[in-house]
Design a protein around this ligand. Structure first.
Ligand code: NDP
Length: 301
């Protein structure tokens, strides 16, 4: 069984992005810019935002962090987005999810101009993704998974991919990319969710299984086909008194039993996670290129 090393591929992708950023500076005098907005004090969201800003700095991407208080109004957030939409130094805008309950996340997403929607949450970009128009963006986690499949030379075309989980950030766009008529698509795709009947039987048919459920160890070895490729998106905390922080991170698959059957598998942590942030940087560079009439770096979608 081959472990798909997302940490290493993510680092390579980030280094390639950094090289591209430097070449944009030299040849075009351009610096990609990313604005990250966080509303409220959610500790996990703050950690994610800080990682994103740090990664941008490492790649010489200009980044700005806007921290709004928990009681910021909807108008405050929308007003800030309008300013960022107009700012020529900012090519990508992301608002860390989830915002506090009194903020309407849909309004926020729809206010970000589609050209700067590097998370690919805006209905305009989601629509482009659905119709196979490659001019828009691809959401970071599914995009990162496509890069992993490409760099490990895993055949997708003609195979049966089973995606478990239908969220707008992971599962649903994943099915669109895997089934897309493109160089690295052309899979036959089944999308499962909490109402899927006989889910173990469906997962067992998958040559490629993408697990994005949010349930620790949900998929066990007896539920997968021998030789399958497992992409585990889940990030779940489970109590572990022996760990320094009292918990450890596990995926949606039971690594011990599934790894006995799989041919390739992403670990948690160190699989899909590092790809997500690397793709956010790549999307920011892509946004900068598109907004300046330049060809963006190639990608496997
Ligand atoms: P959501 O909670 O938005 O969606 C979960 C999906 O799983 C839903 O479609 C739900 O079905 C389905 N589901 C839940 N329980 C079951 C079940 N028992 N059987 C079958 N399907 C089930 O999650 P996300 O997509 O946002 O995230 C999924 C996981 O991936 C989480 O652990 C999250 O932390 C992680 N994640 C990791 C990222 C990374 O960078 N590595 C990025 C984003 C997420 P239904 O629609 O019917 O409710």
């Amino acid at each position: 069984m081959t472990i798909i090393d997302g940490k290493s591929v993510g680092a390579t992708l980030a280094a390639e992005t950094g090289d591209f950023v430097r070449s944009l500076g030299t040849s075009q005098n351009l610096k990609p810019g990313l604005a990250v907005v966080i509303v409220g004090n959610d500790p996990a969201s703050r950690i994610y935002v800080n990682h994103k800003v740090k990664k941008a700095a490492e790649l010489a991407i200009h980044s700005v962090k806007h921290e709004l208080p928990e009681n910021a109004s909807q108008a405050d957030v929308l007003g800030l987005i309008e300013v960022l939409n107009q700012d020529p130094a900012i090519h990508g805008i992301l608002v860390q999810s989830p915002p506090p309950a009194h903020i309407d996340e849909r309004r926020i997403i729809e206010t970000i101009t589609p050209e700067k929607d590097v998370d690919c949450f805006h209905p305009y970009n989601v629509g482009k993704l659905a119709i196979g128009d490659t001019d828009g963006f691809v959401p970071c986690t599914p995009a990162g998974i496509m890069v992993l499949l490409q760099r490990y030379d895993i055949t997708v075309a003609g195979r049966h991919a089973v995606v478990v989980g239908r969220s707008n950030i992971v599962g649903r766009p994943m099915t669109l990319l895997l089934s897309r008529k493109s160089r690295y698509g052309n899979a036959t795709v089944t999308l499962c969710h909490s109402r899927t009947a006989d889910i173990a039987d469906v997962i067992r048919q998958g040559d490629i299984v993408v697990a994005a459920i949010g349930k620790p160890g949900f998929i066990t070895g007896d539920m997968v086909k021998p030789g399958c490729v497992i992409i585990d998106v889940g990030i779940n905390r489970v109590d572990d008194p022996t760990a320094k922080r009292g918990y450890r991170l596990v995926g949606d698959t039971d690594f011990e039993s599934v790894s006995q059957k799989a041919s390739y598998m992403t670990p948690v942590p160190g699989g899909v996670g590092p790809m997500t942030i690397a793709m956010l940087m790549a999307n920011t560079v892509r946004a900068c290129c598109l907004q300046n009439g330049l060809a963006p770096p190639d990608h496997p979608f």
